[in-house]
Every structure is written in structure tokens, then in C-alpha cells.
Design a protein around this ligand. Sequence first.
Ligand code: NDP
Length: 248
Amino acid sequence: MKRFDQKVCIVTGGSRGIGEAIVRRLVTEGATVYATYNSNKERAEAIAQELRGNGGVVTFMQVDVSDENQVKGLIDAVVAETKRIDVLVNNAGITKDGLLMRMSEQDWDSVMDTNLKSVFFTTKSVMRQMMSQRSGRIINITSVVGITGNAGQANYTASKAGLIGFTKSVAKELASRNILVNCIAPGYIATEMTDKLTEEQRNEFLKVIPLKRPALPEEVAASVAFFVSDDASYITGQTLCVDGGMVM
Ligand code: NDP
């Protein structure tokens, strides 16, 4: 018997980085996982094949989370197949960095749509099922820069701060149905997203991290597993920073 046997989990953006580590962790602990990717089909299929080879239960679906119809299609398909949804992890996210002076409306909109509006779509789509079950866990991956701000990321930080406010409001709305909604705020995690940083930006980050290293995606996945577990049964509306002490 594994800890997450019987749990049906949806993870957005599971084809690489933090999302991939979350998918791997939940599947390894016995969950049935439906994960999404946007364009990286080959990578998603390779992960699924490997996990299934080890006895895991995982399905990847191509879903653009900023498209309401595609999100609804995903949730309907999962409910039709499993008749339940225990966990939603809103992980998919993008950056389109630049100083505000030069930021285009398109770069603002695409970041807000992918990082924030998507979570409105996914949460609204799963809540009916979770309400009827009278249980559920929703975990939103925000960022420490949604708390601190960051020059060159006005669009990204607005989307991530928005997620924190959204999480608190929805936690209040859904608490009476035993649906717990929390955020995880990673600091500097070694993924393709942060591969884009310049040497200088990387060093600036390391200077303000007391633990003096970036985190592995698996270290974020471990805190997701905590929020999924029974150990987190009395926690809702919170933001847990997984940041090596960057924000305290
Ligand atoms: P990556 O860039 O490595 O991966 C992003 C994932 O999101 C991919 O699976 C990608 O799919 C998916 N995705 C992107 N756009 C869409 C879309 N429109 N619809 C569906 N899926 C989409 O990111 P990270 O793993 O680094 O980040 C994951 C989350 O953690 C993000 O929300 C990010 O903001 C947050 N975060 C990351 C930090 C870091 O240091 N890395 C720090 C703080 C927060 P595909 O592979 O198909 O493109």
C-alpha cells in the first residue's frame, strides 16, 4: 500500500522542470496522475513510458491551460474516466521578461493568461467535482518574486502575486467543503526556466540565498507531496516558500 494509492491528481505543465518532478513524485507514491504539456509531446511521452514501465499510472494530455475549452475538455475527460479528482496542481507557467518601459501588451497578456487566468479556468472546472466529494487539495505554484517583486518581471510577478490572492479567496470559499487550497513559492530552482538567466543574474540570486545553492525540482515536489498528504489536513490559504531562506 502506497501513501497516494486511490488519489487522482492533475498536474499542469508536467513535461519538464518542477512539474515533471511533481508528476514523478506523485506517481511513485501510488497516485493516478493526469499531466499536461503544451508542446513538448516527445518529452511527455518519454516520461510517461518510463513511469509506466515501473508500474506507475500516468497519462499525459496536450492542453493549453490558457484556453478554457481545452481545460474543460481535460477535466471532463478525467472525471469521465475516474469519477473523482483529489488533487489539482497548477504548475504550468511561463516568463516573458523585460523592463516595463519596453513590455508589450502581448507579453503582458500571454504571461497573465498562462500563469493566472489558467488557474481560474482549472480551479473553476475541478471545484464542482471536489465539492460533491467534500474533499480536495489545490496546490498553486507561485514564486517568491510574487511576494518580493523583481525588476524586469512586472508581468510575471503580477501573475504570481495574483495567484496568492486567488488562493486565499478560494481557500475561504471552499473550506466548508473540506477543499484545501495552498501555494508553494519556489525561489531559484534549477530548470529550463532558470537556464535562461545570465551568469550575472544567477550570481545575484545566489548572493541572497542563505543556503547558497539553487534547489532541485525534487525539493519543490517534496513540499507538494506534503500538501497532498494527510499531514497537511489543517492547512489552507497558506504560501510555503521553498527558497533556501531567500525570503524570511
Ligand atoms: P519550465 O519552463 O521548465 O516548464 C514549464 C512547464 O509548463 C512545461 O511543462 C510546459 O510545457 C508547461 N507550459 C508552458 N506553457 C503552457 C501552457 N500554455 N499550457 C500548458 N502547459 C504549459 O518551468 P519550471 O519547471 O521552472 O516552472 C514551473 C512553475 O514553477 C512555473 O509556474 C514557474 O513560474 C514556477 N517557478 C519556477 C521557478 C524556477 O526557479 N524555475 C521559481 C519560482 C517559480 P511544454 O514542455 O510542453 O512547453
